[in-house]
Design a protein around this ligand. Structure first.
Ligand code: RUB
Length: 319
């Protein structure tokens, strides 16, 4: 199936995820689920098999955008596994229903996770954050709503400075914010009570894949005895890792690190821009989810409960 045959919303969502116009696990998951719904609504498939094939093709296009964010395949899985029915209209209705249910669950999950995370934060605590995580911010927001007064050291998070979004949102919540460059993390580690980050994917062994720089931050935190808390909905659990696969780390454009006009001044240098890194479970104290908090080594139990022994890839065409 050619791109031309896909619903315009599928192509637009794919472009927005690729360019990071849409970013963060929940916004990505919501956008791709709704794009599948648009594909179902706009399709003029003659029969159920054709509509299901179109949905699989749309899912493959969406899947090709960002390789690390596991919320994306998990959202596609949720909708595709339920895209069944006796007629085209019935499949369409089931896609519509499952997208609505998926989005409802995401909202509830974020609120429940926030309450769990907030319980770890005490009045007067200071956190250090990295990147911008809606799950991490949900914990802080819930703590603020409980009447706790909090402050934060916010790392700017080169190269795309998502820390600026965190700084603005925390400050709007009434949190006292200090923005620092990434390399100042160790300098400020003695002044914080928690490192609080999100995750793009969590592997079966409890490793946390998050924005580049998280693993170094966790090492520094461990050196100083500062607890590292990872806020991540169960949507971030990567079922592919149950069968031994590793998480793909997205490499992004070199121009994000060094604009072309500056690069010419530096001569013949290689530039690399990995978007994420892997923090081993021994450097993480707790993974906070909507199902409660877990030591990283035990998330595998939760993963088996939610996904069974291995993943399904419902976007693949049959033999
Ligand atoms: C974002 C990032 C965030 C996680 C979690 O990276 O690393 O920490 O996605 O975010 P990018 P959330 O900006 O490259 O997508 O909790 O909002 O899902």
């Amino acid at each position: 199936m050619e791109d031309d045959d896909l619903a315009q919303q599928v192509l637009d969502v794919a472009a927005d995820v690729e360019s990071m116009e849409t970013r963060g696990a929940a916004p990505i998951a919501t956008a791709v689920a709704k794009a599948l719904r648009a594909q179902a609504e706009e399709s003029d498939a003659a029969d159920v098999a054709q509509l299901q094939a179109e949905l699989r093709a749309a899912a493959r296009r969406l899947l090709a955008t960002r390789p690390t964010a596991v919320s994306l395949p998990n959202a596609l899985r949720y909708v595709l596994q339920r895209a069944e029915g006796e007629s085209v209209a019935a499949v369409r209705a089931s896609v519509d229903g499952s997208v609505a249910e998926f989005c409802r669950r995401l909202d509830t999950a974020k609120a429940d996770l926030g309450t769990v995370g907030a319980n770890r934060l005490r009045d007067g605590d200071r956190m250090m954050t990295h990147c911008h995580s809606t799950d991490a911010l949900a914990c802080i927001e819930a703590a603020v709503e409980q009447g706790k007064s909090l402050s934060a050291i916010v790392k700017e998070t080169r190269p795309r400075n998502q820390g600026h979004i965190t700084a603005r949102e925390l400050s709007e919540m009434g949190v006292d914010v200090t923005l620092v460059v990434d390399s100042a993390a160790r300098r400020y580690m003695n002044d914080v009570d928690h490192v609080l980050v999100g995750a793009d994917a969590i592997a079966a062994d409890g490793s946390v894949v998050n924005k580049i720089g998280t693993s170094g931050l966790a090492v520094v935190a461990r050196e100083r005895g500062t607890p590292v808390m990872v806020a991540a909905q169960t949507l971030k659990l990567d079922p592919d890792t149950l069968t031994g696969q590793t998480v793909d780390i997205e490499m992004r454009s070199e121009a994000e690190v060094l604009p072309d006009e500056r690069r010419a001044d530096l001569g013949d240098v290689r530039v690399e821009n990995p978007a994420f890194d892997v923090t081993p479970p021994r450097h993480v104290d707790a993974i906070v989810t909507e199902r409660g908090q877990f030591p990283p080594e035990s998330v595998v139990t939760l993963m088996r409960e939610l996904f069974g022994e291995g993943p399904a890839n419902p976007w693949e065409d049959g033999p």
